[in-house]
Design a protein around this ligand. Structure first.
Ligand code: G
Ligand code: MN
Length: 257
């Protein structure tokens, strides 16, 4: 059975801002499996699209449940290249939004990796423009690795960029990774983009990112992906902390899931 876990994104100045929906498979014998264990199904020509539609609907249904509990969360959904590049993708997005009218489209964000623009740049651009027309946000995920050129920052209609965890991981002990992250954060800020550092695992990474004024963080240092029912409690306990800048110690004691 497919299920979603949710990983919070923390803004060091404003507190927690949203969650990313992460797909998992509940295997009767092997327990909860990560996407790598069933990537063939996710990439499958027809199954990939069906899973994508299901995930959109599950995430929106969950957002609606949280909203009824007074929790207005921005929710990010990872969209695979097969689904994004289908002509029916904007229609699927529209359907998911229409099925959950209580959730404003701006609360939904679509995350895409480099694969879709590498396969078909123009079509990716059209799909992302369609997201924008619907009022849905767009994030470029795992940014900076593989073949993601800076032209994409220039030409793709995205307002959020997620800095790949490989740079964040090396940053404390590798000056080049530090320089790359710092450069990406500055470039993003000057371009009016919202920069999110992904895979933040340690207090030293948090303090370096905070010094660079990269306010949005996601990773084990903030919270591990968690089942939906744990999310309201996590947000409540985090709301008790008014000061976020560099305060990972109290954060990890109370908010670490
Ligand atoms: O590329 P994307 O951001 O969609 O990947 C999310 C995946 O990364 C999830 O499967 C999640 O479990 C994992 N993840 C989340 N936070 C961390 C982290 O701090 N470190 C590492 N190594 N993996 C993480
Ligand atoms: Mn993602």
């Amino acid at each position: 059975m497919l299920l979603l876990h949710y990983q919070p994104v923390l803004d060091l100045e404003r507190g927690p801002v949203g969650v990313e929906a992460l797909i998992r498979l509940h295997h009767p014998k092997r327990g909860v499996l990560l996407p790598a264990a069933f990537s063939r199904s996710l990439d499958h020509p027809t199954l990939g699209k069906r899973i994508g539609r299901l995930v959109l609907d599950m995430a929106m249904t969950q957002a609606e449940l949280w909203q009824r509990q007074g929790l207005d969360l921005r929710i990010s959904v990872n969209i695979g290249p097969r689904h994004l590049l289908e002509t029916g993708f904007p229609g699927d997005l529209c359907e998911a939004l229409n099925a959950h009218p209580e959730i404003p489209p701006s609360r939904l964000m679509v995350e895409i990796t480099e694969t879709a623009p590498m396969l078909d740049f123009q079509r990716t651009k059209q799909a992302l423009l369609a997201c924008g027309r619907l009022g849905v946000g767009v994030a470029l995920d795992d940014f900076g690795t593989g073949n993601a050129p800076l032209t994409w920052l220039q030409k793709l209609p995205a307002e959020t960029v997620k800095i790949d965890r490989s740079f964040v991981r090396e940053m404390p002990h590798d000056p080049r990774s530090h320089a790359i992250v710092s450069g990406m954060v500055d470039t993003g800020r000057m371009a009016g983009l919202e920069m999110v550092a992904a895979g933040v695992e340690s207090p030293s990474q948090v303090s370096l990112l905070s010094q660079m004024a990269c306010a949005r963080l996601q990773g084990y240092a903030i919270a591990r992906p968690m089942p939906a029912e744990e999310v309201p409690g996590w947000f409540r306990s985090c709301a008790l902390h008014q000061q976020w800048g560099g305060v990972l110690a109290p954060l990890s004691q109370t908010c670490h899931a």
